[in-house]
Design a protein around this ligand. Structure first.
Ligand SMILES: Nc1ncnc2c1ncn2[C@@H]1O[C@H](COP(=O)(O)OP(=O)(O)OP(=O)(O)O)[C@@H](O)[C@H]1O
Ligand SMILES: [Mg+2]
Length: 433
């Protein structure tokens, strides 16, 4: 776009932009109006006033011509003009900032050709006019207020003052209009991170309807999560009782290889049910709390090492606490580490604490997952090519799905890629803070 560069200098927030939209036209309008008005108005007023003074001067000069100096002085006094001898050294003078002075001199000279000088600079309260008369050089002095509008700056002061007042009023109105939008943004952001904050639609019609739509969406999502949880946990729970009965029944049988195999199957089924329950509950695990992300990773790595794994942790020295759901993140990371140990021999966990996110990277030296299968691997109950998974224990295919869910509920993501260092899979668990 032609004005693309301009964007960098414009305010980014809605508030700043709205203020700009309000203020720029007002200031522009005021500037144009005041420039035009001042110019025309003051020129005209000065001209009219000066013309009036010129008439008085002409009258005094006529009296001087016809009746002599004494009568002229009396007539001048009546018109509040002083008549005295002129000063030959004087010439036209005004202060450089005295804009109306120029007009005064021009008008006086045009009206009274006998004028020798108009002195405005010696005393800015009076006008001294030197006139050549038959009686010699005389000087007429009148108050400056008779030729110049007295308070030309009043208009400006008034304009700036009302301008500031209006800006302040606009500021408060705008702030009240923007607050509901900010509240909505806050509620939506929090929900993205798995937190439900109190929110009621307020403000302008459009903001209200966006707010209501958000509330509808939020309650629908909550309902869906709840339904999923209820279904999975209901099924798992209902299956537990018959399984326990079967286990008891098998325990009463005489031991034989067949019975032992059956018992193993029942144990496995029980373990699967536990995992289902975990998955169902993964959204409702625990509350957000300030957590040390390094200590959390240290615990998981220590557990894995104790279980005989070759796992190392790379983390920065001092790590500040971050708002997380500790049990959920523990579960997600543990799933990733257990995958790395199951499908590889060596594993590495790296922690990065960034401004807006916490990132755990888990790498291993296993076979990795080809890019085409990555989306599949994250889906619940999906286990990739069975040949690879032989002898790898009894996974259900929920590990990555749970980790993904937990990342999402923290406003983050789960990314699969290749480990450049170890050659196997690399999983980034990114959690927004
Ligand atoms: N580190 C890894 N290296 C290679 N393949 C992996 C790795 N992690 C996961 N996979 C593949 O992705 C599939 C899905 O992983 P996921 O963790 O969801 O399930 P699982 O490990 O099979 O079972 P569960 O974790 O529920 O016990 C696995 O079956 C496996 O084929
Ligand atoms: Mg797994």
């Amino acid at each position: 776009m032609m004005f693309g560069w301009l964007k960098r200098f414009l305010p980014r927030g809605l508030y700043g932009r709205a203020a700009l939209i309000l203020i720029v036209p007002i200031v522009a309008l005021q500037l144009v109006v005041s420039a035009a008005f001042l110019q025309r108005h003051f020129e005209d007023v000065t001209q009219q006033l000066t013309n009036a003074l010129a008439l008085d001067l002409r009258y005094v000069l006529t009296r001087l011509d016809e009746d002599g100096r004494e009568t002229a002085e009396a007539a001048a006094a009546e018109l509040q003009i002083t008549l005295r001898d002129g000063v030959a050294e004087r010439s036209d003078a005004r202060f450089f900032y005295d804009l109306s002075g120029r007009e005064v001199i021009a008008v006086l000279r045009a009206q009274i050709p006998e004028i020798v000088y108009v002195e405005l600079a010696e005393n800015d309260r009076v006008v001294m006019i030197g006139v050549e008369t038959p009686a010699g050089l005389l000087e007429l002095e009148a108050s400056r207020r008779r030729v110049s509008a007295s308070n030309p700056h009043q208009l400006l002061v008034l304009m700036v003052f009302t301008g500031l007042l209006m800006t302040a009023v606009a500021y408060f109105f705008l702030r009240n209009q923007l607050r509901p939008i900010r509240r909505l943004a806050h509620a939506a952001e929090a929900f993205g991170k798995g937190r439900v904050v109190e929110y009621r639609p307020r403000g302008a019609l459009e903001v209200r309807s966006a707010g209501r739509a958000f509330l509808d969406m939020r309650s629908r999502i909550e309902q869906q999560i709840e339904q999923r949880t209820m279904m999975l946990s209901g099924v798992s729970h209902d299956l537990r009782t018959p399984l326990t009965r079967m286990k008891l029944g098998l325990g009463l049988q005489e031991k034989s290889p067949d019975i032992e195999a059956l018992e193993r199957d029942v144990d496995e089924m029980q373990a699967l049910l536990e995992t289902f329950l975990d998955f169902a509950r993964s959204d409702a695990l625990d509350d957000v709390a300030p957590t040390d992300p390094k200590a959390l990773a240290e615990r998981i790595v220590a557990d894995a090492v104790r279980a005989g794994g070759d796992v190392e942790l790379i983390a920065p020295d001092d790590v500040e606490e971050v708002d997380l759901r500790p049990q959920a993140v523990h579960r997600a990371l543990a799933n990733l580490v257990s995958n790395a140990r199951r499908y590889g021999r060596k594993a590495r966990v790296t922690l990065h604490v960034l401004d807006h996110a916490v990132r755990y990277t888990v790498e291993d030296d296993g076979p990795g997952i080809p890019p085409a299968d990555r989306a599949d691997a994250v889906r619940p109950f999906s286990r990739l090519d069975e040949a690879r998974n032989q002898d790898k224990g009894s996974g259900v295919g929920l590990g990555l799905a749970i980790a993904n869910d937990i990342a999402r509920s923290h406003g983050g993501t789960l990314r699969l890629s290749d480990s450049a260092d170890l050659g196997g899979l690399r999983v980034d668990l990114v959690l927004a803070r």
